[in-house]
Design a protein around this ligand. Structure first.
Ligand code: FES
Length: 124
């Protein structure tokens, strides 16, 4: 994530940077031509990261209840279906049935207090 200014028509505003406080997440939709794809921003130790909300075990959404992705300690993203644990900052699965695989990163940047996201190459 970088702080820059300027406008890029391929970017969408997905959150206000200050609304995603440390240890919280916020879901958003990526506008793909066929159908929107759900993703989320996570603030992990003060840094924002964004991931497609799709487990790498079975392609299902991962939140336990609406917009809840992190475990109790706030240290890992945990898939609600079979418990795969992902690092919030690298997206790598470090335990569970998707071990060794990684979530799809959504490129984001912050400009003028807004979080801007782009469609990941993997989904284009
Ligand atoms: S679908 Fe996520 S761990 Fe199985």
């Amino acid at each position: 994530m970088t702080e820059q200014s300027g406008h890029d028509p391929d970017e969408v505003i997905v959150a206000q940077a200050n609304e995603v406080t440390p240890g919280t997440t916020k879901k958003f939709m990526l506008p793909l031509p066929d159908a929107p794809v759900e993703a989320f921003v996570v603030n992990f130790e003060g840094e924002l990261h964004a991931w497609v909300n799709r487990c790498r075990h079975v392609p299902l959404t991962m939140d336990w209840v609406e917009n809840r992705f992190l475990d109790e300690s706030g240290t890992h993203i945990v898939c609600a279906t079979h418990g795969a644990m992902y690092e919030p900052n690298t997206g790598e699965c470090i335990a569970g049935p998707a071990f060794g695989r990684s979530l799809i990163r959504v490129p984001i940047r912050v400009a003028h207090g807004q979080v801007l996201a782009r469609i990941p190459e993997e989904l284009r």
